[in-house]
Design a protein around this ligand. Structure first.
Ligand SMILES: Cc1ncc(COP(=O)(O)O)c(C=O)c1O
Length: 400
């Protein structure tokens, strides 16, 4: 038998915990267990019909839909992205500053690949999306994780300055954020932008939850100042805003040299994202679907129910997030307690026990750099949310 050696770079990364837990919850469901899976970061709504129809029409017409497009995407779709940035964010980007990719995850992968060398440091405010540190490590960089759990899940200029070293290449900004749902205000982002002035640090501003803001307003980092614009790669996509997770379209915009490098990387991996998905994106970006305001209202109502339901569970503390579709309760008071015979020694055990005994799926906070917390997605039906709250409150009352 040949001894197939794996590359060291893959040894540095872990598979996505969120996807693994989602699969586990699904498997238990398939076995007939009445699981409420609040694990996935995925809208529970259908992609709007008008968007699906644009894809259906293109498929029926044939021709370009079955062909490659330029690596960066079809010129019409690039223009639609530029129009979106101008309309929604007041940002001006030329076509050569824009790249479409196979999901925002791919956009971020390309951006980190284009910017991070062996030994470079990247500042990642925690709690953070699971993939940032893994991608950074894959490309040989070191994630410098900065805890924001004591500052309202917002990075302060002071924390940022303390984390910067001569090796710092990049800062990740993610507002509204996954897993916290925190929305960073304009002044908070201004403080960060000011602290970066005079440095050569790039910023990836991951704005994938932009359309899901319930309190406050979305702020694009690149729009803060000319200096911020010149150092920022703005990333967004259709997955969360338009219930299009399966279509796999993300896009990035930024300095020409960085986008060009990202394009080169993509040209040797996926080439263009699927043409039919680009055509659907053209429809989605032309105008926000009419369903969006109603979705936002439903998400906000679910958030309120989750937050008050969790705060009514003994020992749980849950901040009210301004955006995205996650709540991120602090369950540290539950750690060290027992449920039946089982000792809850950490948030991973807690999620195991919650899934097996309370039949509620959540993702351990330690996966996001925040031990003691658990992420629940409230992109779920009202019935599921009611069940989850009841079960979590009952679970809390059974702890000893
Ligand atoms: C913060 C954040 N960025 C990026 C992504 C990736 O989105 P996409 O589905 O477009 O790849 C996600 C998805 O979970 C996310 O939560």
């Amino acid at each position: 038998m040949p001894n197939l050696r794996l590359a060291r770079r893959v040894g540095r990364i872990q598979p996505s915990a969120t996807l693994a837990l989602t699969a586990k919850a699904k498997a238990l469901k398939a076995e007939g267990k009445d699981i409420v899976a609040l694990t996935a970061g995925e809208p529970d709504f259908e992609t709007p019909m008008a968007i699906r129809q644009a894809a259906i029409d293109a498929l029926q017409k044939g021709g370009v839909v079955g062909r490659y497009t330029p690596v960066a995407g079809m010129p019409d779709v690039i223009k639609a992205v530029a129009d979106k940035f101008r309309r929604d964010n007041g940002l001006e980007y030329k076509p050569e500053q824009i790249l479409l990719s196979c999901g925002a995850k791919h956009s971020i992968f390309n951006a980190i690949g284009a910017l991070v060398d062996d030994g470079d440091e990247v500042i990642v405010p925690a709690p953070h999306w699971v993939s940032y540190p893994e991608m950074i490590r894959f490309f040989g960089g070191t994630p410098v994780v900065v805890d924001t759990s004591k500052t309202g899940f917002v990075l302060t200029a002071q924390q940022l300055k303390a984390a910067i070293t001569p090796r710092t290449r990049l800062l990740i900004v993610n507002s509204p954020g996954n897993p916290t749902g925190a929305v960073w205000s304009g002044p908070a982002q201004q403080e960060i932008a000011a602290a970066l002035q005079g440095t050569d640090i790039a910023v990836i501003s991951d704005e994938i939850y932009e359309k899901l803001v319930y309190d406050g307003a979305h702020v694009s980092f690149a729009g803060l100042s000319a200096d911020a614009y010149a150092r920022t790669i703005t990333v967004n996509g259709v997955a969360k805003a338009y219930a299009m997770t399966g279509w796999r379209i993300g896009y990035s915009a930024g300095p020409v040299a960085v986008i060009k490098a990202m394009n080169a990387l993509q040209s040797h991996s996926t080439s263009n994202p699927a043409t039919v998905a680009q055509i659907a994106t053209l429809k989605a970006l032309a105008q926000d679907p009419q369903e969006l305001p109603s979705w936002r209202k439903q998400y906000a109502a679910r958030r309120d129910r989750m937050v008050s339901g969790l705060n009514a569970a003994k020992g749980a503390k849950c901040a009210c997030p301004g955006g995205a579709f996650y709540v991120f309760p602090d369950f540290s008071a539950w750690i060290g307690k027992r449920h039946g015979e089982t000792l809850i020694k950490d948030d991973s055990t807690l999620c195991e026990v919650l899934l097996q005994n309370a039949l509620v799926g959540g993702v351990p906070g330690s996966e996001f750099g925040a031990p003691g917390f658990v992420r629940f997605s409230y992109a779920a039906s009202d019935t599921e949310i009611t069940k989850a709250i009841e079960r979590l409150q009952k679970f809390a009352s059974e702890l000893s």
